[in-house]
Design a protein around this ligand. Sequence first.
Ligand SMILES: [Zn+2]
Length: 160
Amino acid sequence: MNTTTTASNDGGKKEERKQSGTYEAGCHCGYIKFSVTLSPPFPVYKVLNCNCSVCSHLGYLLVYPKAKDVAWHNNSRERCASYRFNTKQKDQMFCPKCGASLGIDFESVFKEHTYGINARTFYGLNLDELEYKKGDGVNKVPPAGDLSGHVWDEDAQELK
Ligand SMILES: [Zn+2]
């Protein structure tokens, strides 16, 4: 991890404060690699542990960097496979080689292009040392509800 550190003067008391951290991340096989800069860095940056059906089924523990703070290596964004459901506005991104669950592309949803990146993809990161905030997406993020197990149309043989 690389961190940028600045000294701030706080009431005459000098204090070192890390303002951001840049982390290398990617899928399990290495086909997809990227780096993510978070402000503030872990563990001050809190990871969203949400109970919605997609977060639980895709194993998401999300952080939300702006697109400018995500650097895709080796054309990795274009390498991602994606899954869309319900409103079909955002890509749930996966590695097509190893299946690792990478996160969400909110390009068409938020005014400023933002990603939800799965903290599980960060290399060498101890998830037990992170701070989490609970998300209640299953009740609070419309038009959610629990869609798990009901997106595939067995008769049409396609995603609804
Ligand atoms: Zn992979």
